[in-house]
Design a binder for this molecule. Structure first.
Ligand code: GLN
Length: 538
């Protein structure tokens, strides 16, 4: 077993997750079996209860665990299905240690960070390592060196490196090389200091990934090598790329693959580049559309990262560039102007009442103006509410999430959710079977009668309203395995609307984009071309 531990230095936000994912992709492209672990040094048990404004999107895995968004990047780059064990948090580690102590498993000893907490961290890492037939395990440690929270994890990987031996362990450190002054001189001091901090806790990095505006000059590399003892071949220049999926090839040119294989005494067998056309399309798209993403955390794009990525997957597969117009739904309550120039609308998932009316207005606007519309989770529910209000004439239709005593609760709490008070890990979560009805748009898009998709919700379409909605044209073309829960909505005989209760964005992959996003973009292009033609004939 071989391990690569990736730590961060200087500042956060240097793209450690993308670098880790890119390493995964490159090693997998050598025919190696790779998996990845994210360590989050916060005390939360998992990411499920965290505000997207602070940490970005909460990603959901097949097993229903709610995890850090970096696991989404790993799944997309390495094309694997991860589990709850691939995300280690301080919360999980301490909970386990305290429970063991209560069971008397440490009877007689004083329970301490070293060795009890560090042993639990190593146990969890090795658990993932032994869960499959892997050649390389990537371990990304959140935060930056020097944070108090990450200390036990850094100590644990230091010990792990010692136990596994230098031929099986690589310490990689991500730093920043700023360029300052009128000549844009590259400054290596922050990197030197960051490595010094690592060495103080006993970790000598084998590789440095240096983020900089321009490629590192040979002088910068020499200076960094001299002060850090990292060999020149292990100093990798990481510059901005147009798109994250272009990072692997960029760092490969820096010799990353050869360096790692040599250090591990592994032989690579380069496999066919699955992303070849995908990357070509991303670099040179032939057409473009503008899609409004209507949400309530739109200031932080990471809150919708899987949607952003799903649209990139569509571009890579179709050559249609997607310009996402981020629209705060609250703003739409004042004016719908932001929607005037878009070719399609996606109503995003979400929780809570703020901005709901703006989302409902955008669904109405799309329906009345024939603009391609898609909705995911809350977006799906909003589309149902809008239809009930303005087509069925149930003016007070709402979700009991927002108006608990509404007269027309077209969206209501799932029966099994009644009485659930704990917030963590208690929604309808993870991979669930969806049955698809014949002769529907859903069937055409999926090309099969059942599929598995990831979920994260507490509310659903109220069964009391289904018949009325369907009779007036909004049909449910996908249902759960018992036929009780509505999973997909579309308009009878039309293709302009497609909405799903599940999260199609979580399973979108570069080689297999989300059906919903793909359909929306194709419809948007049709709509745009149609408008252009009408303009020409006029
Ligand atoms: N708030 C809605 C529910 O709980 C939608 C959730 C979501 O969009 N993820 O059902």
């Amino acid at each position: 077993m071989h391990y690569i531990a990736i730590t961060g230095g200087v500042i956060s936000g240097l793209g450690k997750g993308t670098i880790t994912s890119s390493l995964g992709y490159l090693l997998k492209s050598q025919g190696l079996r790779v998996t990845s672990i994210k360590i989050d040094p916060y005390l939360n048990y998992d990411a499920g209860t965290m505000n997207p404004y602070q940490h970005g999107e909460v990603f959901v895995l097949d097993d229903g665990s709610e995890v850090d968004l970096d696991l989404g990047n790993y799944e997309r780059f390495i094309d694997v299905r991860l589990t709850k064990d691939n995300n280690i948090t301080t919360g999980k580690v301490y909970k386990e240690v305290i429970e063991k102590e209560r069971r008397g498993e440490y009877l007689g000893s004083t329970v301490q960070i070293i060795p009890h907490v560090t042993n639990e961290i190593k146990r969890r890492i090795r658990l993932v390592a032994s869960s499959g037939d892997y050649d390389v395990i990537l371990i990304e440690i959140g935060g930056t060196v020097g944070d108090i929270e990450s200390m036990p994890f850094l100590e644990a990987v230091r010990e792990l490196g010692r136990e596994e031996g230098p031929g099986n362990f690589i310490f990689a450190h991500v730093t920043l090389v700023p360029e300052v002054g009128p000549m844009g001189e590259q400054k290596t001091k922050p990197t030197q200091h960051s490595v010094k901090a690592l060495r103080e806790i006993g970790i000598q990095p084998d590789m440095l990934f240096c983020r900089s505006k321009n490629p590192l000059t040979i002088e910068s590399k020499n200076r960094i090598s001299l002060f850090t003892d990292v060999p020149l071949g292990g100093i990798i220049s990481v510059i901005d790329v147009k798109n994250v999926y272009l990072l692997p090839e960029s760092i490969k040119k820096e010799g990353v693959v050869d360096f790692i294989l040599k250090k591990f005494s592994l032989h690579g067998n380069e496999v066919v580049d699955e992303w070849k056309t995908f990357k070509e399309n991303i670099k040179n798209p032939k057409e473009s559309v503008t899609i409004a993403l209507v949400g309530k955390y739109t200031e932080l794009h990471d809150a919708y990262i899987s949607h952003k990525e799903a649209f990139t997957h569509v571009t890579g597969n179709t050559g249609i560039d997607v310009n996402i117009k981020w629209i705060e739904s609250l703003d739409l309550e004042k004016s719908l102007d932001p929607l005037k120039d878009v070719d399609g609308i996606l109503i995003a998932p979400g929780f809570g009442q703020r901005g709901i009316e703006g989302k409902i207005l955008s669904a109405k606007y799309a329906r009345e103006n024939n603009i391609p519309l898609a909705g995911v989770c809350l977006g799906f529910q909003v589309i149902v509410i809008e239809y009930a209000r303005n087509v069925l004439g149930l003016k007070d239709a709402n979700s009991t999430e927002f108006v608990p005593d509404t007269k027309n609760p077209v969206i209501d709490i799932l029966p099994e959710q009644k009485g659930v008070t704990d917030k963590g890990g208690t929604m309808r979560l993870g991979s669930q079977k969806v049955l698809i009805r014949d002769n529907t748009l859903a069937k055409t898009l999926y090309g099969k009668s059942e599929t598995y998709e990831r979920h994260r919700h507490r509310y659903e379409v109220n069964p009391d309203y289904i018949e009325r909605l369907e009779q007036s044209g909004l049909i449910f073309s996908g249902v759960d395995s018992e036929g009780r829960r509505m999973e997909i909505a579309e308009l009878k005989g039309e293709t302009s609307l497609f909405a799903v209760q599940f999260h199609s964005e979580f399973l979108s992959r570069p080689t297999n984009p989300s059906k919903l996003h793909l359909h929306l973009v194709k419809e948007a292009l049709k709509h745009k071309d149609h408008l252009l033609q009408t303009e020409v004939t006029n």
